[in-house]
Structures are given as structure tokens and as C-alpha cells.
Design a protein around this ligand. Structure first.
Ligand code: ADP
Ligand code: MG
Length: 150
């Protein structure tokens, strides 16, 4: 487990970018945290780290957004609005989870029952006592826990 504290959006984006540079094919990253905590900011950095230059936003109406531009395919899920895991089956999620690219899933706790056991898990939390823009980011994923943002 690795804990990183950030004090503005750019630091969170930077941490995402460092993970995106390092991430290996077939990794499944789960991203948890309340609305507005910075999941999409982190994801934007992550995509940059993969070499994606096109803008990344939350794929609100599509569950998954596919980016082919980086050093491997990137499958960005936001399952916030999902009603049932059957919707994941309808979109053929297994092709993404067990393909050659990397998955990153915002609100992954909503689809816990179909997640594999080996995950790179990121949780972002606020702590208002430490300021409005403070975020505590917890990373679980042994291969990546030596990442720092200096
Ligand atoms: P989510 O995807 O979790 O709903 P977003 O990434 O869309 O959240 O939004 C996060 C918001 O919080 C942005 O408006 C961003 O500017 C702001 N913010 C403030 N401080 C931070 C920080 N340390 N890390 C990330 N975002 C921050
Ligand atoms: Mg989001």
C-alpha cells in the first residue's frame, strides 16, 4: 500500500501520469472515491502517461470509452450510472478486461462481483480539515507502490 497526499489538481494529475507511464498491459485499475474527489483528473493524467493526447472526460453515456492512441489500448470505464452488472455483459466487458490493453474503472465498487482478484486499486479521499483541495490517494498494487511524485 502506498499513500500520496496532493494539495491541488495538478499534483493528482501528475500522480496519475506517473502510474500511466509505468502501467503494464492487461492491468485492471479500479478507481474509487466520492463524486468530485478527482477520479477523472487522475484518469486524465493516467491517459497522458500512456501517451494519449486526445482529451479524456467521463464517458457518462457509454460506460466505456476506448482510446487507441497510446502505447496500448486504454479502456476507460465510468460505471456510476450502471443499474446492474448485466449492462457490463451487454457491452462485452470481458473483451476489455481480458484483452491486451489496460482498463481503468471509475466507481468500480459498483461492479465488485465481476472484478478479478488482481487489481491495481486507487482510492481518493478528501479531508476538509486539511483544506478544500487536499486529497489522500491510496494505491494498492505491489508492482507500482514505489511511484513517487517528488
Ligand atoms: P470525479 O471524477 O471524482 O467525480 P473530477 O475529477 O471530475 O471528480 O473533479 C475533481 C474536482 O476537484 C475538479 O474540479 C478539481 O479541480 C478539484 N480538485 C481540487 N483539488 C484537487 C486535488 N488535489 N486533486 C484532484 N482534484 C482536485
Ligand atoms: Mg469522474
Amino acid at each position: 500500500m502506498k499513500v500520496i497526499e496532493t494539495y491541488n489538481e495538478e499534483e493528482t494529475r501528475h500522480f496519475g501520469r506517473e502510474l500511466g507511464k509505468r502501467i503494464q498491459p492487461q492491468a485492471i485499475c479500479t478507481l474509487n472515491g466520492d463524486l468530485g474527489v478527482g477520479k477523472t483528473v487522475f484518469t486524465q493524467g493516467f491517459a497522458e502517461g500512456l501517451g494519449i493526447t486526445q482529451p479524456v472526460n467521463s464517458p457518462t453515456f457509454t460506460i466505456v470509452q476506448i482510446y487507441e492512441e497510446g502505447r496500448m489500448p486504454f479502456y476507460h470505464f465510468d460505471v456510476y450510472r450502471i443499474g446492474d452488472v448485466e449492462e457490463m455483459e451487454e457491452i462485452g466487458y470481458e473483451d476489455y478486461f481480458y484483452g491486451q490493453g489496460v482498463c481503468l474503472i471509475e466507481w468500480a465498487q459498483l461492479i465488485e462481483e465481476i472484478l478479478p482478484s488482481e487489481l491495481v486499486d486507487i482510492t481518493i479521499e478528501k479531508n476538509l480539515e486539511k483544506g478544500f483541495d487536499y486529497r489522500k490517494i491510496t494505491l494498492k498494487g505491489e508492482a507500482y507502490e514505489d511511484i513517487s511524485i517528488g
